[in-house]
Design a protein around this ligand. Structure first.
Ligand code: HEC
Length: 107
């Protein structure tokens, strides 16, 4: 399923992208948060989703690389997903941030 990118979400994404420049090399707090999000995603969402750009039939939720949602919408989806262990709001934020980071190409 494809959705148009809301202008507000695009503006936020651009602001984050600009803010993220110049942080190559040593792990920054932001990149550590992304690593935490990656682990959480793998554990809670990875059975049904990937963020690689390739859909696998075994992943019923599909690939999320091209699914660019406004942040509040992405968070709401994440809250409503049938995860095995309930996630805290902070964990959901990390997962959504991780997906957004991969979509921006800055894992
Ligand atoms: C048990 C399987 C399952 C798990 C676990 C799961 N999802 Fe999903 N997810 C789905 C299904 C099925 C859909 C509906 C796919 C569709 O409509 O194309 C979906 C849809 C979504 C969508 C909307 C995709 C779209 O095309 O609009 C997002 C975003 C999403 N999931 C994020 C997550 C996140 C984040 C997690 C982990 C916290 C997660 N999901 C865990 C099965 C799962």
């Amino acid at each position: 399923m494809r959705r148009a990118i809301a202008p507000a979400a695009l503006a936020v994404a651009l602001a984050i992208t600009v803010a993220g420049c110049g942080s190559a090399g040593a792990p920054t707090p932001a990149s550590r948060a992304t690593a935490a999000g990656r682990t959480l995603f793998a554990g809670s969402c990875g059975a049904c989703h990937s963020v690689t750009g390739h859909n696998a039939p075994s992943r019923q939720g599909g690939d999320l690389l091209g699914v660019r949602l406004p942040r509040p919408v992405a968070l709401q989806y994440a809250r409503e997903m049938p995860v095995r262990h309930k996630l805290t709001e902070a964990q959901l934020v990390r997962i959504v941030d991780y997906i957004a980071a991969v979509q921006r190409g800055s894992r």
